[in-house]
Design a protein around this ligand. Sequence first.
Ligand code: SF4
Length: 165
Amino acid sequence: MNELTKFTGTEVGYYFICRKKLWWFHHGIQMETESDRVKLGKLVHEKSYERKKKEISIDGKIVLDWQADGVIHEVKLTDSMEEAHEFQLLYYIYYLKQKGVKGLRGQIDYPKLRQTQIVELTAEKESELERALQEMEKISSMDAPPEVEFMKICRSCSYAELCWG
Ligand code: SF4
């Protein structure tokens, strides 16, 4: 394992959504469990994959929805955070590669949309991911959350009150 694998998959996803969100979460402030949207996501996940569902937690850092034939699946509610979903799954593949499990591919399943997206850790994606992980290291070690502009997603973010009062 290298020093870049200290983060959880959730943190990697948050980095691509909002750096401030990453900072709050990394510093132990977790509000997502209260969000109706997250509850709905869990429900979609559970109902859509009731029969096939098999979660695998590794080192308490990454949780794979299930794995079959070398493909790691990740179930998501909508494709509105596509980049975050992609890099969260790329991180799973990267993390397992550091543990010596190579040649894995990923697939994001959007059961509500009846769509799937294949994710592969190419050399370019791996470099991009490593740059993001280095940036995450800088952000998470800051004493205060980074300044960010108000975004459209802030309206539905569970941290909105904390950020914008
Ligand atoms: S409210 Fe906006 S700025 Fe604050 S954590 Fe959420 S997305 Fe980021």
